[in-house]
Design a protein around this ligand. Structure first.
Ligand code: SF4
Ligand code: SF4
Ligand code: SF4
Length: 198
């Protein structure tokens, strides 16, 4: 049996296939559990109450409560460095078993001189067209109307069908379209790890 990492154990994820959605600007998952002190500051800072205590006491997003507006309030209260803007360029340390890595990760953020940072996360929405009401000739534009970034357009087709088309380039993964879908046809995916998230 493959070795179970501490993070997997804390997540109750013995197979290693469940990665929770962390708050925006969370450092890579392999460091997150090490840096996060479970102080709850980010949870308390989120006015929209989008961050909850997940398994092991670590914070994770609950998009059933709404979408993130990237206000940075959670980022700004995280003194532990678990939520941190990291520069676009620069190598991350290879693992977290070395105290030098903590220093290196910290330095890579502090030395960011430009405005070029990694995005707050790598989440993208997707729509299950089999379940979508609009694809079944029922008028619904809920997801599109909730998207401030206009990442969802509807293509009119024969038979009164309007197919939702999601532009993954403009989708910020804010999650605003998730809770408004009456039939749970919208999913969020962590594209950087290419795995659906529980
Ligand atoms: S503020 Fe930072 S250290 Fe505290 S729970 Fe949130 S992510 Fe963890
Ligand atoms: S960026 Fe703002 S809205 Fe989004 S999770 Fe953090 S505090 Fe909440
Ligand atoms: S399509 Fe993307 S940007 Fe638009 S509401 Fe959904 S998650 Fe947010």
């Amino acid at each position: 049996m493959a070795e179970i990492t501490r993070m997997q154990f804390l997540r109750g994820d013995l197979k290693g296939d469940k990665i929770p959605f962390r708050p925006p600007w969370a450092i890579p998952e392999q460091y997150f559990v090490d840096f996060c002190t479970r102080c709850d500051q980010c949870i308390e800072a989120c006015f929209d109450e989008l961050i909850i205590r997940g398994r092991g006491g670590y914070p994770q997003m609950d998009f059933n409560r709404g979408g993130c507006d990237f206000c940075e309030d959670c980022l700004n209260v995280c003194d532990a460095g678990a939520l941190k803007k990291l520069p676009l360029s620069g190598d991350l340390p290879a693992n977290n078993n070395n105290s030098n890595n903590r220093e290196a990760l910290s330095e890579s953020a502090d030395e960011a001189r430009s405005e070029s940072f990694l995005p707050p996360w790598h989440i993208k929405a997707s729509i299950d067209l089999n379940n979508c009401l609009s694809m079944n000739a029922t008028i619904c534009r809920s997801c599109g109307e909730s998207c401030d970034d206009e990442a969802i357009k509807f293509n009119l087709k024969l038979g009164g069908i309007a197919e939702p088309v999601l532009n993954t380039e403009t989708c910020t993964g804010c999650g605003a379209c998730l809770s408004v879908c009456p039939v749970q046809a919208v999913k969020l995916n962590n594209v950087s790890i290419n795995k659906a998230v529980a």
